[in-house]
Design a protein around this ligand. Structure first.
Ligand SMILES: Nc1ncnc2c1ncn2[C@@H]1O[C@H](COP(=O)(O)OP(=O)(O)OP(=O)(O)O)[C@@H](O)[C@H]1O
Ligand SMILES: [Mg+2]
Length: 345
């Protein structure tokens, strides 16, 4: 039986330093606090957050800061294992349990004994296996397929999901008792758009990481690009940022980044109309965002020739200059002012 490889993030096993993982933005403060509190206790943790927000990174950190750090960290990506194999992968089987089971094989649960079992995308776990997992969480006991007797393990179970488990529970797809078991502690990872203060540091870390990994010259980013990255809404969160930086390091051109950042124009969340913000204000803000992006697109397409960009936008050169100033668009390729760029390799 093919063993599905342990899921590995693009960063391999290297965890970013803690100050990079948690950043400085207030949205991450509860995460830092909960990780600190939960790491040391053998209590199930549920990590929630949009795709690419770093759920696996936090699960790894929880393991590394736990008293079982010397033990195994076994990651199971539930949807990646074909349905019929999930039970044997997780719980193992005895010799002769089914056709082809010529030798007994322990499952991932046993492999995690003395360490952490990380169940990724727990919402995808088949209802028939949810009961077996519940038993494991209750007393550490489980049975291999084809075995008459229980086995016992000591494991900390960490689960992750980006799905609305409550809705699935209401619809009957996820067991209520399991839901309450796995989320003794829930850590909510904020989307990247709610922690834009952390973007410069993340960028610096990722630039350095990929520059070293691909053996490139230290990459520099202009203030323009950094500013646009901080404004971006990042629907793919840190994974999207990481892929973009990696592409930039390999291709070596800021145009790659800008083209992606400017390709979307629907990246604002409209507030709930509750009297606190007027139609006028909201409209003005949205228009300003569209205008800014459209101007940048025109500038990029005109190779930063402002006269040509003005022509493409069908406005006068003078009004383009005014709008550029008003929107606070820095000159193309002017360097970032903070320490994001490095002097030597
Ligand atoms: N704080 C961070 N610093 C640097 N890289 C990070 C950070 N958080 C996440 N990453 C990187 O972003 C990518 C996505 O992180 P991760 O796989 O942990 O997210 P996820 O929430 O599990 O995503 P998905 O829901 O898609 O599985 C990974 O390559 C990871 O290394
Ligand atoms: Mg993940």
């Amino acid at each position: 039986m093919a063993t599905e490889p342990l899921i590995a993030s693009a960063m391999g096993n290297a965890l970013p330093p803690e100050e990079v993982v948690f950043g400085v933005s207030p949205a991450m403060a509860p995460v830092r606090q909960l990780v600190g509190k939960a790491a040391g206790a053998n209590i199930p943790v549920l990590i929630r957050g949009e795709s690419g927000t770093g759920k696996e990174i936090i699960a790894t950190l929880l393991h590394e800061q736990s008293p079982w750090a010397a033990g195994p960290l076994v990651k199971v990506n539930c949807p990646a294992i074909p349905g019929s194999l999930v039970e044997s992968e997780l719980f193992g089987y005895e010799k002769g349990a089914f056709t082809g089971a010529q030798v007994a094989k322990p499952g991932r649960v046993e492999a995690a004994h003395g360490g952490t079992l990380f169940l990724d995308e727990i919402g995808d776990l088949d209802p028939s296996l949810q009961a077996k997992l519940l038993q494991l969480l209750q007393d550490g006991n489980f049975t291999r397929i084809g075995s008459a007797s229980d086995k016992h393990v000591e494991v900390r179970v960490v689960c992750a999901t980006n799905r609305p488990l409550e809705e699935e529970m209401a619809a009957g797809g996820f067991r209520r008792d399991l839901y309450y078991r796995i989320n003794a502690i829930t850590i909510h990872l904020p989307p990247l758009r709610e922690r834009s203060a952390d973007i410069p540091m993340l960028v610096e870390y990722l630039l350095e990481y990929y520059t070293r990994k691909y053996n490139r010259q230290p990459a520099r980013l202009s203030a323009l690009i950094m500013g646009e990255m901080c404004r971006n809404s990042w629907p793919g969160n840190i994974r999207q940022l990481e892929n973009l930086i990696r592409r930039y390091v390999i291709v070596g051109s800021e145009d790659v980044i800008l083209a992606e950042l400017l390709s979307r124009s629907d990246d604002w969340a409209l507030p709930v109309p509750n009297g606190s913000c007027s139609l006028k204000t909201v409209t003005r803000e949205v228009v300003a965002k569209v205008e800014r992006k459209f101007i940048l697109r025109a500038l990029q397409a005109a190779n930063w020739n402002r006269r040509r960009a003005a022509g493409a936008l069908n406005i006068s050169y003078r009004s383009l200059l005014y709008k550029i100033k008003e929107a606070g668009i820095p000159p193309h390729r002017s360097p970032v002012r903070n320490n994001v760029q490095r002097e030597e390799a």
